[in-house]
Design a protein. Structure first.
Length: 290
């Protein structure tokens, strides 16, 4: 349940931020009439994500080890992508909106949130598939539902006054927790692959503390589902967990310089609006020609 809640909270808020940026910018440049197109694109992305989830769960639900490994790979890619691109998301979305407005196409406006929200939806499907392997369906459903409700509420708060929320702190904390989950998923995936004789064992049990804290009941079972705890791990699990965890925490984007660099240009773009942007571009072209 904890995994599902954090996954949908994190991914849902990322999707919500995209929608908020699109709606706020359209309103700021005097094109609130395109809100309907933006909402239609968002709804289509959510529907496509749900359908993709149904297909993935139906086809890949039996391949536990591979599902977990896929989730670890996707999560690792997401962390690297966020480090390199996240601070520029606002500016890139606004630039795409400018282009769509110049074309006058409602479809072009709808495609912007559709593509971005669909990416978050597919990531959520992959993570939920992996999380479902370590919990019962009811727990996953409840956790995912609560996470989505909280994400929607935070998204609304952001739209009404986003400066009151420390988003950098939120994403750093949830990012660190997701890395912990991913390290556990990696260890659990290795265990499943070893049972299927698809991965080497080397040393079957490095230690056995199940007599003290069993991974089949109580706190141990919760730690197993959330962090991949194993009371009697094999050597490969013991080696893989700290290696991934240490590498993931080193890559996690804690820096703030990029956020500050992006904040100024983003605010100026919002103040200029569409007409200001066009005049600025024309002026730049004239200077180049001279």
């Amino acid at each position: 349940m904890t995994q599902s809640l954090l996954i949908t909270l994190r991914e849902g808020l990322e999707a919500g931020l995209i929608v908020v940026i699109v709606l706020t910018y359209l309103k700021g440049v005097g094109h609130k009439a395109y809100w309907k197109s933006a909402w239609l694109g968002t709804a289509a992305a959510v529907a496509a994500s749900v359908m993709a989830g149904a297909v993935v769960f139906a086809v890949a639900g039996e391949f536990e080890g591979l599902a977990m490994l896929t989730a670890v790979v996707v999560l690792s890619w997401m962390i690297i992508w966020m480090k390199r691109q996240a601070v520029h998301i606002r500016g890139k979305l606004q630039a795409r909106i400018d282009t769509a407005l110049l074309s006058g196409s409602a479809l072009a406006i709808a495609v912007i949130p559709f593509v971005a929200v669909l990416r978050e939806g597919i990531e959520t499907v992959v993570f939920m598939l992996a999380a479902a392997q370590t919990s019962v369906p009811l727990e996953s459903t409840v956790g995912a539902s609560v996470g989505l409700i909280l994400a929607a509420a935070l998204g609304y708060v952001l739209y009404r006054g986003g400066r009151r929320l420390n988003l950098r702190l939120f994403f750093n904390v949830t990012g660190a927790l997701l890395i912990l989950f991913a390290a556990g998923l990696l260890a659990h995936a290795i265990h499943e692959l070893q049972e299927a004789q698809l991965a080497p064992v080397l040393v079957e049990h490095v230690w056995d503390v199940n007599g003290f804290l069993s991974d089949n009941a109580g706190l141990g079972l919760w730690l197993k589902g959330v962090f991949g705890y194993n009371g009697n791990p094999a050597l490969v699990e013991v080696l893989a967990y700290p290696l991934y965890l240490g590498g993931g925490l080193l890559v996690l984007p804690f820096g703030a310089a990029g956020d500050r660099r992006e904040a100024g240009p983003a605010r100026r773009r919002e103040k200029l609006g569409r007409r200001g942007l066009l005049l600025a571009r024309r002026g730049a072209l004239l200077r180049v020609r001279r």
